[in-house]
Design a protein around this ligand. Structure first.
Ligand code: AQP
Length: 332
């Protein structure tokens, strides 16, 4: 059976981009057709300036939102990365096959390094090596497919390269994974800055729809989305980025095609109104289920405990095999 692995990083409140680009598909498709693991990748949240209490809070919330989005522990494994030591164990070994040049070429590293410096901070070494830890997340489980939004495909490519290189040098150890992306909304853009991705750790609150935003907040944010000074509604990602983003969000929420949907509108106002309502409807069940789960924290804890146990058992043989293959002495 196909093995699927993916995760979310608790660096902020989860967004519509996380949902449309990744989580919705995990719940609707991946968990049913594959042997899937989904993870709150909390170690990755330590790569930028962070508040420990906030990371803990966001990790719990992310786990609860994964379940609220429809992940069913009967169908897949849901767990927290730091609860499974194998990720960090394998990461070090993969650092021994990765190069610093590869790390410095990663687009997310370059963008986030600039942002961290702009905020007056320094760049943590872990931000540079983060893609290696992500490769370890993926390779530890013999993953075939990694369903991600567009921003993560470069990191999955790196995981592929490291798997191939390791296998060539030290003998076949890892399955070589591939990224899979959604047909629409692979890259949901910031409503206020349509040239930038809607990112959960950005500073532009009004441009980001969070999964737990109240319906009226969603309406306000979509209603105030930056478009352009034109009047006609056309789908053009290059020239009309703000408009294209709204059409893609609407298409992703209603199952339509962005270019075809554009033909049905003669004003920006009507498009914004329909997009806002479509988003409100898509998020309604997630918010409701999240509220129910908040009232039952013991359930979420049980899911995470069982998930970590299953994940550990799945990862250990591959990570042990990698240790042997690269030349480490087995424990006596
Ligand atoms: N704007 C987006 N459009 C489509 N997909 C997106 N994803 C994230 N943002 C968008 C996808 O969501 C999954 C989980 O993302 P992540 O938690 O690993 O973080 P990220 O990719 O670094 O994106 P964020 O949410 O913007 O976090 P920060 O601000 O911390 O960098 C991934 O599959 C991702 O592709």
């Amino acid at each position: 059976m196909t093995r699927v692995f993916s995760g979310v990083k608790p660096t902020g409140h989860l967004t519509l981009g996380n949902y449309l680009g990744a989580m919705r598909r995990w719940a609707a498709e991946d968990q049913h057709r594959s042997d899937a693991l989904f993870c709150v990748v909390d170690l990755h949240a330590l790569t930028v300036d962070h508040d420990p209490a906030r990371v803990r809070r966001l990790s719990r919330q992310a786990a609860s939102l994964l379940l609220a989005a429809g992940l069913d522990p009967e169908s897949c494994t849901v767990f927290v990365q730091s609860h499974v030591d194998e990720h960090a164990r394998l990461s070090y070994v993969l650092e021994c096959v990765a190069t610093d040049g590869e790390m410095r070429r990663m687009i997310q590293y370059k963008e986030k390094a600039v942002r961290e410096r702009g905020r007056g901070g320094s760049v943590r070494l872990s931000l540079l090596t983060y893609p290696v830890l992500m490769a370890a997340d993926i390779l530890a489980y013999g993953t075939d497919e990694v369903p991600v939004g567009e921003d993560q495909t470069q990191h999955v490519e790196l995981a592929r390269d490291l798997a191939v290189r390791f296998n060539q040098r030290y003998g076949h150890t890892f399955v070589v994974p591939r990224a899979t992306g959604p047909a629409v909304a692979a890259r949901v853009m910031n409503l206020q800055e349509p040239a930038s991705k809607m990112g959960k750790s950005d500073d532009t609150g009004p441009g980001i729809v969070y999964l737990l935003d109240e319906p009226d907040v969603v309406r306000k944010k979509v209603g105030r989305a930056v478009t352009d000074s034109g009047r006609d509604v056309v789908y053009d990602r290059e020239e009309r980025a703000g408009l294209a983003n709204l059409l893609e969000i609407l298409a992703a929420c209603t199952g339509g095609d962005p270019a075809e949907l554009a033909g049905g509108y003669d004003s920006y106002g009507a498009l914004k109104k329909d997009t806002a309502e479509a988003v409100v409807e898509v998020l309604r069940p997630v918010r409701q289920r999240h509220q129910e789960l908040c009232a039952d924290p013991g359930y979420v804890e049980d899911v995470l405990r069982d998930g970590a146990e299953k994940a550990r058992a799945m990862a250990r043989p591959t990570v042990d095999a990698a240790y042997r293959a690269i030349g480490l002495l087995p424990p006596v």
